[in-house]
Write a protein that binds this ligand. Structure first.
Ligand SMILES: *Cc1c(COP(=O)(O)O)cnc(C)c1O
Length: 379
């Protein structure tokens, strides 16, 4: 079976975990490996502060607290995203206002955001689908004119950039995922990125159970205590050690994914029989993506279902997502769709994600592309 995903194991993960256990004698959070990872993110994105978290879902929750979301506030986001994007704000009492996506990138349509703003709107959440950047200049401009915060869901966007700026560093807050399905992983995990120094102290408190423990460890105060609302959002050193082994060779992992992404693109775009039958990903020219995902779009839901089944019969694990949030049970309860659903439902039903991971071979990509060809030619 060619799996859709396998977690990356680049080489030194187990060595670093062993070091954390037997040499460092530190398993809880914020030890040597967490600090190395934080520093790597800061150096590679230019943010004032980055902190590992237990997941991207939790990073989004920290961001929602930093945005001071209260009952009845409204948060604008695409409906085509993972439920964590919405949950973080729903947990704070917000109403989610879903807007349509652009069919080319599958990202939020920046042109309709402004129309969805009311006097209750507090935050805009762009989601960089497949590590392909949203139009951040437009989004930041709208936010500035309406005095809104921007939280980037850059779960899929590590090492991708928009006009030379790293994803996750453009909005007020950025959220990364290091879940095993993402480009760099630690099992479960993520990071919160803070663009501005002013937010650092508050974010540290939220992440450390509402205490000022971080300040205490730096020797800035002589005892630590409960000072605000918070939770336990810091991951164990075991997970951070695993991640550090990958961030250390991040360029290598990036190149490996990019090589595979490009092979898919090259074969599928140069196959005449597929020309009018499938649609390939589009990367705006001011953007550098990170080869997080390779997807194709079929004619409709029926064709996608049939191709997916065919690929299964050839031992290929292709998958689809997302069920648009506005049509999900919780989406109906916690949100509303603003404007017309021109593309969200239609485009999501056509999309199929192909296997892409560190262990995938070039031969397997050739086999997958051949199988897609066979599906259409009946060969
Ligand atoms: C993976 C993902 C998340 C959640 O990440 P976790 O680290 O699993 O919490 C959130 N948003 C998007 C767009 C994702 O792809």
């Amino acid at each position: 079976m060619i799996h859709f995903n396998e977690p990356t194991l680049s080489g030194k993960e187990l060595e670093y975990i062993k070091d954390a256990v037997t040499v460092e004698h530190k398993l809880c959070g914020d030890g040597k490996y967490t600090h190395k990872c934080n520093k790597w993110i800061e150096e590679n994105t230019g943010v004032a502060k980055a902190m590992l978290t237990t997941s991207c879902s939790h990073a989004l929750e920290i961001a929602a607290i930093l945005c001071d979301i209260k009952d009845g506030d409204e948060v604008i986001m695409p409906s085509f995203t993972f439920c964590s994007t919405a949950n973080a704000f729903v947990l704070r009492g917000a109403k989610i206002v879903f807007v349509d996506i652009r069919p080319d990138t599958m990202n939020i349509d920046e042109k309709i955001i402004e129309d969805a703003i009311t006097d209750k709107t507090k935050v805009i959440v762009p989601v960089h689908y497949a590590g392909v950047p949203c139009d951040m200049d437009k989004i930041m401009d709208i936010a500035a004119r309406h005095n809104l915060k921007v939280v980037e869901d850059a779960a899929q966007g590590v090492k991708a950039s928009y006009k030379g700026k790293a994803l996750g560093s453009i909005g007020h807050y950025g959220c990364f995922s290091f879940h095993e399905t993402k480009n760099y992983c630690m099992g479960e995990g993520g990071a919160i990125l803070l663009r501005d120094h002013d937010d650092v102290e508050h974010a540290e408190i939220i992440r450390e159970k509402g205490t000022n423990r971080s300040k205490f460890f730096r020797g800035e105060i002589d005892k630590y205590t409960w000072v605000d609302m918070g939770s336990s959002y810091l991951p164990s050193e075991l997970n951070a050690a695993y991640l550090w082994a990958q961030l250390e060779v991040a360029d290598e992992i990036f190149e490996d994914r990019m090589k595979k992404w490009k092979l898919y693109y090259e074969i599928l775009s140069n196959t005449d029989i597929l020309k009018d039958r499938i649609e390939l990903p589009y990367i705006p020219k001011e953007c550098v993506h990170n080869a997080h995902m390779f997807f194709i779009k079929l004619k409709d839901l029926d064709e996608r279902t049939r191709l997916n089944k065919y690929l299964r019969s050839k031992d290929i694990g292709a998958v689809f997502h997302y069920v648009p949030l506005h049509s999900a049970e919780a989406g109906l309860k916690f949100g509303r769709f603003h404007g017309e659903d021109k593309y969200t439902t239609k485009e999501s039903e056509r999309l199929l994600r192909l296997p892409l991971h560190y262990n995938l071979s070039m031969e397997e990509i050739n086999y997958i592309c051949d199988s897609i060809k066979e599906f259409f030619t009946g060969a």
